[in-house]
Design a protein around this ligand. Sequence first.
Ligand code: FES
Length: 186
Amino acid sequence: MAKPEPQPTELKKPVNRREFLTFAWLVSLGFLSVNVAGMTYLFSMPRFKEGEFGGVVTVGKVSEVPGVDAGPGNFPKVKFWLSNTEDGAFALYKVCTHLGCLFNWKDQEFKFVCPCHGSQFQKNGDYIQGPAPRSLDRFVMQAVDPATGDVLAQTPDDGGPMPLPDNPEAIIQVNTGSRITGKAHG
Ligand code: FES
């Protein structure tokens, strides 16, 4: 009896260069789409939570702001001093404008002094002396009516004082994501 002829197995067609490049391009496009979607999602999320450094911080009511004759309020976790002056209030960034040390409030001298190279600043953040090239940086703050949500006062664009409104219940908020550079001196 004759042996059956072996059937030729069907050979797979090799992938040519063009097909391979098309496939690679489609895969890359897929990865790119996933990345773009992910980045869009991340950027649509707020970068900082409310109450954290980098976000908006509620510091209390107008009635709780330190008096003009008192030292500034210290808010170490959110990196600012809350200074009240005859002209209004400031939220001063705690980092020295010279080389970035954390300066301190000196009650006896009634001014800020940096321990690193001795720069000094007034209670409103203005430069007094030392190697710092400019006055202290400040954050934008606002006072909000808790009943209506109306903004009653706000730090001006030049970083000047925010006059405290008459309403002692108004809420003071500091935007630690919005920093105004202190004025250069000399
Ligand atoms: S870092 Fe403050 S004076 Fe140099």
